[in-house]
Structures are given as structure tokens and as C-alpha cells.
Design a protein around this ligand. Structure first.
Ligand SMILES: Cc1cc2nc3c(=O)[nH]c(=O)nc-3n(C[C@H](O)[C@H](O)[C@H](O)COP(=O)(O)O)c2cc1C
Length: 386
């Protein structure tokens, strides 16, 4: 495949991660760029995710017969054309108010998974209008049972079938960059620091007041800060096995547990009757000492029962990274910063060509490896297994 074909539709100068990051740094105010790009502490876990991806080596095989490449994946009865999904990201309007609508539309077009977050700034109903049952919802479960049941009912009412329950935020962690800037909300109250970003300011004015619409019904008011307070007071807590059992009973659809990095807990979680384990360290944003997701992936995929799917995220910057994760036997791979970094740098129109580029890169890397089907990636091609 010629580079020209791969890059079709991308704005000039936007060839990959480095360009997305460079432009995002230029276009976003410091607080917003740091909110997107930073991890926690010394960013060790963030870098570990990346390092272990880089060190995953794939060795090409000889094809028996050239039959083309199939990158389709069936998950929870839905056929997706790509194994790459968009991970849940809170408050994405901070990067661009149209980001989620653009990404959901691109995921619809390319038929790939999209997950919105509890603290999304776009109502899940607007995204469900685009994606229907292929919209996934990430839940920070509130301790307040009536609020929780109400929200689950609203999700079911809009035909959402897949709930991604995040368990790796048992407490707020000390984010040094936030601490320096006081808070995310305080970023807006510094006009002198913002005037250098006219394009961002215009986007924000057009986008209207920042809200957390999925949970504002339960908060003191629809103000962003009241939504944040609601999440802080009700949704950030250490979720245990008994809680997971309760949530399993409360949610009849597909239940995905996000935030697992310890292979030892996998059998217990599978026993509850979950539908998928989503290996994630929150993009290195919660525990700087956490293992990279790549380093635990093989052990976890080896430990799950056949009926339980495995998903993973952390550090994905290109289609080859997706292939690297798939070579360890995962069913789907998700990217958080990548799509939002590209949109921050180049605007919402990049969503469609970005996903096309990633999918072309997955196909190109499979072709390069001599692999015609995703299922084959896990059985061979891996050189120097770790
Ligand atoms: C700015 C930002 C906000 C996030 N918000 C959430 C969230 O609300 N819920 C959640 O489960 N994960 C959240 N995540 C974690 C992502 O879902 C995902 O696990 C992580 O970004 C994957 O790593 P990557 O960014 O290197 O691809 C967030 C990540 C970022 C970068």
C-alpha cells in the first residue's frame, strides 16, 4: 500500500502521533494539554506502557497462500470491522467540544467500538443517536443505589448493551500538575494564560458551558463543578468483589471490568460472570508503580475462561501498536490519548481520516507479517516472547 493511499484525507503535516502531539501542545492551553498528556507522579507507568510496547517484537512469517487480510472482530454478538476502539475519556470538551460527536461518527462510519465516559461532556443520548447499541458506556458506579439504578435504566432505555465498569479509581490521586494549577476548572479562570489560544477559546465559546450531562441530574446543579463534586463524593471509592457481584445482578447486558492489571484477581472476577476483562492502568494516570499493560497481558489472556473476552489499552499511538497487543491474544485494543490528541491538534475533522489511517496501518502490518486473520496473530509472529 502506498503512503499516499494510507494518508488519504489527513490534513497536510499530520502524519502520525508526533505531529498530533506537537500541534496539540501548540493549540491547547497548558492545563488542558497536561490534563490529556500527563500520567501520575514521575510518569513512570505512562512511560512503561510505551517502553513495553516498543519492545514487543514481531517477526514476519511466510504466507502459505495469499488470501487477503481480515481485520474483522466479533464481540458480544456485534461484528466490528476493526479491533481498535476509542477508550472512555472524561471531560473531552476541554480538548474540543465536538470531539466525541466526531469520534462517534467516525466509529460509526468505520464500524469500530466507541466508549463514552460517565464524566463525559456530551450526553450519552446524543452519542446513542449516532451509534445505537454499538455505543459503550463507561461507569464510575455511584454508591447511591437509587441514582445508580436510575442511570442504568436510562442506559438500557437508549438501547445500550455494553457497560464498562472502571475499578481502578478507588481514590483521587495526587496529580502534581493539577495541584500546581489548583484544579481543572481553575484553568478557565486564568484569562492571561488563555489569550494565546484564540482558536481554542472560540471553540469553547461555540461549544457552550462545560457540563457533565450524564450525571447532572443527581448533582446539586448542572454546573461543571457540582458534577465534579458529585463524582468525587459518590463515585470514587474502592470497589470490591461483593460490589461487583451486586453490579452483575443490576446490569443485564454485557459487563466489562476495566482497570485490571493483576493476573491473580482474574479468576475471581471471571467467576462473577463478567463478559470481559479490560486490562488497563488508566493510561498511567492512577498508580505510578503499576505494571505496564503489555507485561501482564499474556498471563491474563492465559487465565481467563474461554467465554470471557479480553481488552487492553495503554500507549497506543499507531496501528502497529494495535497489532502488537493483538499478538498477545487480546480481543480488542483501545486508545485514549491518541484520538483526542489528534483532534486537539487538528480539529474534529481529523477523526475520520485518523481512524482510517489506524485501520490501514493494522492491515498493512498484518500483511507485512504474513498474517491473514486476527486470530492468527496470537499463535505465531511473535519474536522474543516476554
Ligand atoms: C484525559 C483522560 C481522561 C480519562 N478519563 C477516563 C474516565 O473518565 N474513565 C475511564 O475509565 N478512563 C478514563 N481515562 C483512561 C482511558 O480510558 C484509557 O484507559 C487510557 O487513556 C489508555 O491509555 P492511552 O491514553 O495511553 O491510550 C482517561 C484518560 C485520559 C487521557
Amino acid at each position: 500500500m502506498s503512503p499516499r493511499k494510507i494518508n488519504k484525507g489527513l490534513p497536510a503535516g499530520a502524519a502520525g502521533w508526533k505531529d498530533f502531539e506537537k500541534n496539540a501542545r501548540r493549540r491547547l492551553p497548558k492545563f488542558a494539554f497536561e490534563y490529556l498528556s500527563f500520567g501520575i507522579g514521575e510518569n513512570v507507568c505512562l512511560q512503561r506502557n510505551r517502553r513495553d510496547l516498543d519492545e514487543t517484537v514481531l517477526a514476519p512469517n511466510l504466507v502459505e497462500e495469499s488470501t487477503g487480510v481480515n481485520s474483522k472482530k466479533t464481540v458480544f454478538g456485534q461484528v466490528y470491522d476493526s479491533p481498535l476502539g476509542v477508550a472512555p475519556v472524561g471531560a473531552p470538551s476541554i480538548f474540543c467540544p465536538e470531539a466525541e460527536i466526531a469520534l462517534a461518527s467516525a466509529c460509526k462510519k468505520h464500524n469500530q467500538p466507541f466508549c463514552t465516559a460517565t464524566p463525559s461532556t456530551t450526553p450519552f443520548e446524543a452519542l446513542a443517536d449516532i451509534l445505537g447499541p454499538k455505543l459503550w458506556f463507561q461507569l464510575y458506579p455511584t454508591r447511591n443505589k437509587s441514582d445508580r439504578i436510575d442511570l442504568l435504566g436510562r442506559l438500557q432505555g437508549r438501547g445500550i448493551e455494553t457497560l464498562v465498569l472502571t475499578i481502578d479509581v478507588p481514590a483521587f490521586q495526587w496529580r502534581e500538575n493539577f495541584a500546581r494549577q489548583e484544579s481543572l476548572a481553575a484553568g478557565w479562570r486564568r484569562p492571561l494564560a488563555l489569550y494565546k489560544y484564540p482558536r481554542w477559546i472560540i471553540q469553547q465559546i461555540k461549544g457552550g458551558r462545560l457540563r457533565l450531562p450524564n450525571i447532572e441530574k443527581y448533582a446539586r446543579s448542572s454546573r461543571f463543578s457540582d458534577g465534579q463534586n458529585y463524582i468525587a463524593e459518590n463515585c470514587i471509592w474502592p470497589i470490591g468483589l461483593e460490589d461487583l457481584k451486586r453490579f452483575r445482578d443490576e446490569w443485564p447486558g454485557n459487563l466489562v471490568i476495566k482497570g485490571i492489571t493483576n493476573p491473580l484477581v482474574v479468576p475471581q472476577v471471571c467467576e462473577i460472570g463478567v463478559d470481559a476483562i479490560y486490562i488497563s492502568n488508566h493510561g498511567g494516570r492512577q498508580l505510578d508503580a503499576a505494571p505496564s499493560t503489555m507485561s501482564v497481558l499474556r498471563e491474563i489472556t492465559g487465565n481467563v475462561s474461554k467465554s470471557v473476552k479480553v481488552f487492553v489499552d495503554g500507549g497506543v499511538r499507531s496501528g502497529i501498536d494495535v497489532t502488537r497487543y493483538l499478538s498477545h491474544g487480546t480481543d480488542l485494543v483501545f486508545a485514549g490519548r491518541l484520538p483526542y490528541m489528534a483532534i486537539s491538534g487538528w480539529g474534529p475533522k481529523i477523526a475520520d481520516p485518523l481512524l482510517k489511517l489506524m485501520n490501514d496501518q493494522i492491515i498493512a502490518s498484518m500483511t507485512q507479517l504474513g498474517c491473514s486473520d486476527l486470530s492468527e496473530l496470537s499463535t505465531f509472529n511473535l519474536h522474543g516472547r516476554n
